[in-house]
Design a protein around this ligand. Sequence first.
Ligand code: ME8
Length: 649
Amino acid sequence: MSKNTYYITTPIYYVNDVPHIGNAYTTIIADVVSRYHKLKGERAFLLTGTDEHAIKVAQAAGDKGLPTKEFVDGLVEKFKQVWASLDVQYDDFIRTTEPRHINVVHAIFSRLLEQGDIYKGEYQGWYCVPCETFLAESDLVEGKCPECGRAVEWVQEENYYFKLSAYSDKLLDYIESHPGFLQPEFRKNEVVSFIKQGLRDVSITRDNKGWGITVPGDESKVIYVWFDALINYISAIGYLSDDEKFNSLWPADLQLMGKDIFVRFHCTFWPAMLMALGLEQPKTLFGHGFWTINGEKISKSKGNAISPAKLADDLAAESGASRGVCLDAVRYFVAREVTFGVDGDFSIASFRNRFNSDLANDLGNLLNRTLSMLNKYFDGRIPDPKGFSGGLKETIAQTAKTAEEYCDKFEFTRALEAIWQMIGAGNKFVNDMKPWELEKQGKTDELAGVLYSALEVARAAAIMISPFMPATSVEIARQLGIADEFASLTWADTIAGNPFKPGTKTQGPDPIFPRLDTKKKVEAVKLEPKPEETPLSEKTEETISYDYFSKLKIRIAEVISAERVEKADKLLKLQVSLGDEQRQIVAGIAQYYEPESLVGKKIVLLANLEPAKIRGIVSNGMLLAATGEDDRAVILTPESDVPAGSKVR
Ligand code: ME8
């Protein structure tokens, strides 16, 4: 099989602590790119993972008094939870402690040793543990690491070396003849001057202190963490084990990382390793900028390492918006606020301003006002359109084109700007056309055209923002009455003819972005609890406040009907009654319950979970079940009969 899938990677993060907004940034953008390609109808594959063999990881475990493997296992779960809570849809998660990775590292080491790219020598020099970098005397700045400014340690070991110096010219030639290879352009220039200063061979082993991948045939040594880590990008996708998969994905289309690990590791060492292996280079290596928090460097010791999930939780508690929407606000902010590539500052004040201005005032307002007028004048049903008016069709088509061009160039800020200009045009059109006057004048056809056109802008916006704000776009689609078809819409559908079927019943409006009180004094930064406050040894579960709990609407529901979901052997589709309201939910219990046996049963439902689409079917709430033996789901029922709709507290 030949390459047929857009392949995106994030760095694999060190598991010496929980992820912060910086790690989240790279991962969110990678997720945006992956979703964007899927939205265009392409295959995409997003790889992330964890880098576990660093010395600093072993040290962090030691500080907590835990065996390193136990320590990393705990943190990996944290990473996965954070990515799930940020709605990151990765396709694979590689851990460098997995055999599938270790086997490939061993094979590559042996091959490069055999072909002479690796040789044995004596290392004498400096090592920076926080950066996991070997440094020469001439690299140091005032005796400290040039990258992080921290103290370095002297190392004198018999080591294996990778012949990086042999690749200087080849690297320079490749970079010069492949313009899009290293981005952004100004960082490419840094790489070129780094290489031109002369490349030294790199030591790629350390003495074995009990943590790391051992050198094949030499147990006294472990492989240097960067040599090990970079290989994840190919070990995860079947290099040397699954040719078909590997060939369908490699070369990677986009490898994302921060500027800290761009020049030396990803643009020099990694391409040289690929050259030594005779593999193609990735199409693009992109080194983005660094975030500061309210002007300060993100640092765990300063305690300003914002947790994006916590930011979203706080926003949800304050605004009453759903958690998914608040999370989308974080995703939107990081993609919109700073040009991708350069440094930026995460100021809570700007975040709140954007929430109010871009989300509540622009996007929210367009949806709310058009849906309210539709309720008032057309009973909430999409009228028979008499065509678009106000040039909005052209605006939508032009925006789809422009935003696509920007996304393809990784210019997400500009793509979002273009989409917001379209939203602005929709709002302006409504202001100018004054539908309420058209109604008074009895100009029903014109009124229908105006509302129809404005709603089309909202619909196009929902599609275009879906890679950036997945939960919000699903909620907009629900209110527009197109929830069922939304998952199958593609980027091209933003410019297709009249997609609303006249008569479509819209919902709401249910304001998605309640405005924040700008006069409220905001705490400088909501902090991620300091590491010492969350001892991993106890594997504490996060607690929630009563206030938070009281936001959960848990209700007794009665099952009215149940059926299997076609081609999904785990899923049942249930219609349930909450007394005054009927809901459809999808539950993964088909292996354990016959649909008929559930009819008439009272179940426990988390009723205010935001609607989700499962296999194309909208699920409006979640059935609660206990995990029984062998992981089987055991549904909860009230101990004695209570009416459908009863509160559970
Ligand atoms: O370097 N702003 O892992 P790491 C933006 N394990 N992005 C930031 C950031 C900030 N302030 N801080 C961190 C490693 N990042 C190696 C990678 S890959 C084969 C091995 C992001 O946990 C950014 O992507 O130190 C940066 O490159 C990465 O986190 C560093 O993560």
